[in-house]
Design a protein around this ligand. Structure first.
Ligand code: FES
Length: 321
């Protein structure tokens, strides 16, 4: 289990007509750990669910701010936050974890859709504070549902923010080709939103000549249901430290097999989207099924495996545990 922190819900307020901003403060008065834009926390909800939310707003304040969309197809987390969470309630959260950090001080193109604005709004504020250039394109279905619209309408000194509404004929499909230019020198794209949106961003960017390594994205829903089919091959998982090995059958994840054998595995989302269980791989060929690592990371010389969902193409996989 990762370190957990106790926080109190300090405030809840609307952000657009379908999102709720939630401010969390430390329950014991100790400062909460610092964070950088792109970081997310696991929120342990009293209903038993654990959900990942990006930290947003100013990264220099003592409280944490998250913003949660009301999902019509909620798996339970957003429904609980919208219908049940109240100021004064105590929650357990993880320390911030950042798999989507800004890599350097070069120019950035920020592309958000829907509630994917949360990490990118934090990046925009940091860029504005440090005087580094940026452009944010924010896609929403209707103007009324945009989160942080008032804040984003303030004049910016160092960048540009444009909100595009599908209801006004500016859907990503109609607009992305015009909003993504050819890559500038050292420029990077950061994108967050539904999987289809991020795939469209990658397609358009690739067509304009952007190298894959300069495009960074973060997903908060699995790309496809992560379920083992009965056709999966059994393979062997080996711990490098002790040499212990166990078969991983079709109906179990590596994480489950390790836990069954008394090995502690840090788990959170159990869907390949949070990065809590990423573990270095020393030998074998990983069948990557997570959405938390980039294509470049999945093909790098040094590999990490998401123990909660990924499997093995080789008969044996040796992990650094
Ligand atoms: S537990 Fe979240 S990626 Fe594995």
């Amino acid at each position: 289990m990762n370190d957990v922190l106790k926080v109190v819900v300090d405030g809840l307020w609307r952000q657009g007509d379908k999102n709720l901003a939630v401010r969390l403060v430390s329950a014991n008065g100790e400062p909460l750990p610092g964070w950088q834009p792109g970081a997310h926390i696991d929120v342990h909800l009293p209903c038993g669910l654990i959900r990942q939310y990006s930290l947003t707003g100013e990264s220099t304040t003592e409280s944490y701010l998250i913003c949660v969309a009301q999902e019509s197809a909620s798996r339970g987390g957003s429904r609980y936050i919208h219908q049940t969470l109240r100021p004064g309630q105590t929650l357990t959260i993880s320390a911030p974890r950042n798999l989507f950090a800004l890599r350097d001080d070069g120019p950035v193109l920020l592309l958000a859709a829907g509630i994917g604005i949360t990490p990118l709004y934090a990046m925009l504020l940091q860029r504005e504070a440090t005087g580094t250039p940026f452009t944010l394109h924010y896609f929403v279905k209707r103007r009324e549902e945009a989160a942080f619209a008032r804040e984003l309408s303030h004049s910016l000194k160092h960048g540009v923010c444009l909100i595009h509404c599908s209801s006004e004929g500016k859907s990503p499909r109609q607009t992305l080709a015009a909003t993504i230019p050819a890559p500038g020198d050292g420029e990077r794209i950061y994108t967050c939103g539904p999987a289809g949106f991020m795939a469209a961003v990658r397609d358009v960017a690739a067509a304009k000549g952007w190298p894959e390594a300069q495009i960074h994205s973060e997903a908060f829903a699995p790309a496809a249901p992560v379920a083992a089919s009965q056709q999966e091959e059994t393979f062997t998982i080996t711990l490098a430290s002790s040499g212990e090995k166990w078969p991983v059958p079709a109906n179990k994840s590596i994480a489950q097999v390790l836990q069954d054998n008394g090995v502690a595995v840090p788990l959170s989302c159990e869907m390949g989207i949070c990065g809590a269980c990423l573990t270095p791989v020393l030998d074998g060929v990983v069948d990557h099924r997570d959405t938390v690592q980039s294509a470049a990371e999945k093909t790098a010389a040094t590999q990490h495996i998401a123990l909660c969902c990924s499997r093995s193409h080789s008969r044996v996989l040796v992990i650094d545990l």
